[in-house]
Design a protein around this ligand. Structure first.
Ligand code: GLC
Ligand code: CA
Length: 564
């Protein structure tokens, strides 16, 4: 059972790879395992400890690998099982670990289980999925009804995501034991844990009642999020699988509160190590959901992070992220991707790496990659974006300009454009035609150029990661927010024993002044990191901050300016 003690996964920095867009090793325009193998030295240099790999299993790619047709085989475009083994060895040889994506709320409709299940009502696999004579009114996450009529047997199957992603029936013990077998199979190969896709959707309320709403489709979340048996299933998974290995687990849990999160990650729960919370991802969403754009306030942003920091302190552990393969780029969303791109990318990194929890870096974040603004819907590849566009155009309630504006702000392809390795053709990602167009700004924003520039965003990430390894207060210290109502500055203190850390961040494009609270001044804080040149390493009582300036101070017997 987890305790509140030190653990490798608390001290780790995780790097998320979206394999399709990371590096193409054979020139077909699609990233692959060989491509990843060629970049392991880069990841080692950066200092990351764990790689989380988005799905690489066999898949028809209706939802880019989140629709799995064989859990024990590698997607053709990504390579072979030999490539996988070679990659895993390469990761371990460099002292890093590998966490796989576990997608078990649903499979692909091309998975053998579903092929069997749909064949006849009395097929032994029928109960692996959820079949009904009549659909309820639940809407799918990807538009339209969550039910699809299957002509052959005249029944409907449930799919919370696309119609090519039928939901597995977790109430069937055979399904669960197949999944646990499969997990052990990968762990026995040597993988070091799992990121669990939409794991709080696996238990549905029996009877699958209609969701409240006036006719038409409605949001059925209340009947499948944190459902009645979800903790029973996760505890069983822990007993049957996780407890037998030294692994890291992080669950993707849509719309959980910190109190609900503790039921998944509490040290005494024997379920998961961490969850990804979505409260922050909803900060700029209006009542109509993610596409309904709304501005956000720093006080609210601080309130959300602080609530999670405080609620989990001592009883659970946070994951820390501001973007991933489903979300826009953090610098475009929470920083300034124009004039202050470099400063604000570093400032946001400083925040994530000095909070309590395990930081997750999404590929390209470490060089400050930005959102993409494609001109035409034909340039997009994401099923969620394309479905929403078509649905909105058909409805005719929003102008095309408005629709495009939402897609530019929130579309998932923002973060899926190919990794920008160099200023060469296709950003050095591929010699072929990339499956998704490269962001045009690759000539200014790329790894090669940033490796050569000690002031780059990339070098800053490396310094932050090293700093975290040197100062336990950055990992384990408690958290105390300063000036909660301030709309311009985010400042907080962390403490561990007699060590203290102070982070001060300017979230605006103007000069701001931070007044050091009196109780902090005598601690003897010294600067350990900043995204600007700073002459004086001491903490003044009146600290003037330039646009998006970040400063990290540490007071401890072992402190001192860090030159890395
Ligand atoms: C998760 C994944 C997302 C996928 C969905 C369905 O949210 O991160 O990419 O589309 O689950 O599997
Ligand atoms: Ca390839």
């Amino acid at each position: 059972m987890e305790t509140e003690h030190n653990a490798w996964w608390k001290e780790a920095v995780v790097y998320q790879i979206y394999p399709r867009s990371f590096m193409d090793g054979n020139g077909d325009g699609i990233g692959d395992l060989k491509g990843i193998i060629g970049k392991l030295d880069y990841l080692r240099w950066l200092g990351v400890d764990v790689i989380w790999l988005c799905p690489i299993y066999k898949s028809p790619n209706d939802d880019m690998g989140y629709d799995i047709s064989d859990y024990r085989a590698i997607m053709d475009e990504f390579g072979t099982m030999d490539d996988f083994e070679q990659m895993l060895v390469g990761i371990h040889e460099r002292g890093m670990k590998l966490v796989m994506d576990l997608v078990v709320n649903h499979t692909s409709d091309e998975h053998e289980w579903f092929v069997q299940s749909r064949a006849s009502r009395d097929n032994p696999y029928r109960d692996y999925y959820i079949w009904r004579d009549r659909p309820n009114n639940w809407a799918s996450f990807f538009g339209g009804s969550a039910w699809e009529l299957d002509g052959r047997t005249g029944q409907y199957y449930l799919h919370l995501f696309s119609r090519k992603q039928p939901d597995l029936n977790w109430e069937n013990p055979k399904v669960r034991s197949e999944i646990y077998d499969m997990m052990r199979w990968w762990l026995d190969k040597g993988v070091d844990g799992f990121r669990m896709d939409v794991i709080n959707c696996i238990s549905k309320v029996p009877g699958l009642p209609d969701a409240p709403g006036e006719g038409g489709l409605a949001w059925g979340g209340a009947f499948f999020l944190n459902g009645p048996r979800v903790h029973e299933y996760l505890k069983e998974m822990h007993t049957e699988v996780l407890s037998r290995y030294d692994v890291m687990t992080v669950g993707e849990t849509l719309s959980v509160t910190p109190e609900q999160a503790l039921e998944y990650v509490g040290f005494d729960r024997a379920e998961l190590n961490m969850v990804f919370q979505f409260e922050m991802m909803d900060i700029d969403a209006g009542p109509g959901g993610k596409w309904d754009l709304k501005s956000w306030k720093l006080s609210e942003f601080k309130r959300i992070f602080s609530r999670w920091q405080t609620a989990l302190a001592g009883s659970g552990w946070n994951s820390l992220y501001l973007n991933n393969h489903d979300q826009p780029r953090l610098v475009s969303r929470f920083g300034n991707d124009g004039r202050y791109r470099i400063e604000s990318a570093k400032m946001l990194a400083t925040l994530l790496h000095t909070l309590q929890g395990t930081p997750f870096v999404y590929q390209g974040e470490e060089i400050g990659m930005t959102n993409v603004h494609f001109d035409s819907i034909d340039q997009y590849r994401d099923i969620e974006t394309i479905n929403w566009y078509n649905e909105q155009v058909a409805k005719g309630e929003r102008s095309v300009d408005e629709i495009v504006k939402s897609i530019h702000a929130k579309g998932r392809d923002n973060s899926r454009t190919p990794m920008q390795w160099s200023s060469a053709h296709n950003a050095g990602f591929s010699d072929g035609l990339p499956w998704l167009q490269v962001n045009e700004n690759y000539r200014e924003i790329n790894v090669e150029q940033q490796l050569a520039d000690p002031d780059s965003v990339l070098h800053y990430y490396r310094r932050l990661i090293q700093l975290r390894k040197r100062h336990p207060v950055m990992v384990y210290g408690n958290y105390d927010l300063l000036y909660p109502a301030d709309e311009k500055i985010y400042a907080f203190v962390r403490e561990l024993g007699n060590a203290a850390l102070l982070t001060v961040l300017n979230f605006t494009d103007e000069q701001q002044v931070f007044l050091c609270p009196e109780h902090l001044c005598p601690k003897g804080f010294e600067l350990v990191l900043s995204n600007y040149e700073v002459g004086d390493a001491n903490l003044p009582t009146r600290l003037s901050l330039r646009p998006y300036e970040a400063r990290v101070f540490i007071a401890s017997p072992a402190s001192g300016r860090v030159d890395v």
